[in-house]
Write a protein that binds this ligand. Structure first.
Ligand code: SAM
Length: 261
């Protein structure tokens, strides 16, 4: 496909540009073109996005746009768009607006009658869900739970009635805490931990919450995680086709009897 034949960027458009969540090969050709041709890149962390641009040999003015200046910066971005600027919005990783800044300026742009385009690409939620083995036809994205224990428990309990696969983002510092909470609220459900997606140590750990807790007790779980919980009505995970958690752990320990041959 000849990208040179594509029309130039449209003045007065806000481009939401997805960027890699680990593997730099995951940037799209369109993302690179938008970043190269825009007037300004609004970035959650200008230093980090500056490094990304530099890696791809792109040099554009950067404007900080993060949680605590979103309101002020949104107005400024809207003004620029009204004057015909082409603005790219990026976050530290993945798709803007998904547990990341973005929603506010998108709403403001729409309210001002301006054009918004999604330059689609990496998103941890989609990467985790599609490879999880859990139903993908219906899912509920929760994102991050609140930090306070009581609020977390209430939220988890309220989600029991939600149909479809539940998808959470969680920090490595709270992953064991979340597994403990899932063991209480969802003891019988299949859970998948999608760790370090697109990176060297990417792995999927599958099991009941208590089984995954046992894994966490044996080895510290590090890195970035998406946690998926099977919906109330989901069929049980097809264990016969895949290595169970327990078997995987034995293989890692070297304690598993050899099944080769
Ligand atoms: N906007 C991003 C997206 O499109 O996925 C999400 C940003 S949010 C601040 C960061 C969280 O996303 C992490 O705490 C983790 O839960 C998840 N995440 C991001 N990159 C990941 C990766 N490579 N592997 C697993 N989870 C990841």
């Amino acid at each position: 496909m000849d990208t040179a034949a594509l029309p130039p960027l449209t003045p007065g458009t806000l481009y939401l540009v997805a960027t890699p969540i680990g593997n730099l090969e995951d940037i799209t050709l369109r993302a690179l073109r938008v970043l190269r041709e825009c007037d300004v890149v609004a970035a959650e962390d200008t230093r980090r996005s500056g490094q990304l641009l530099k890696h791809f040999g792109i040099s554009r003015p950067l404007l900080s746009y993060f949680q605590f200046n979103e309101a002020r910066r949104s107005e400024e971005i809207i003004e620029r768009l009204r004057h015909g600027a082409k603005v790219a919005l990026v976050t530290d990783a993945g798709s803007p607006g998904i547990s990341d800044p973005g929603e506010r300026v998108v709403k403001a742009a729409i309210a001002a009658g301006l054009r918004v385009e999604s330059v689609v690409g990496p998103c941890a939620l989609v990467g985790a869900l599609t490879a999880s083995g859990l139903p993908t036809d219906e899912f509920h994205f929760v994102g991050f739970l609140p930090h306070k224990s009581g609020q977390r428990h209430n939220r988890l309990t309220a989600l029991q009635a939600v149909p479809g696969t539940l998808v959470f983002y969680e920090s490595p510092y709270r992953i064991e805490k979340l597994l403990g909470e899932l063991a209480e609220v969802y003891p019988a459900r299949d859970v998948v931990l999608a760790r370090e997606l697109t990176k060297k140590f990417e792995e999927f750990l599958r099991g009941k919450p208590a089984e995954l807790l046992a894994v966490a007790a044996k080895r510290s779980l590090k890195g970035e995680f998406v946690v998926l919980v099977a919906g109330a009505d989901a069929p049980s995970f097809p264990r016969s086709d895949s290595t169970s958690i327990a078997e995987e752990e034995e293989l890692e320990d070297g304690t598993a009897p050899s099944s080769a041959g």
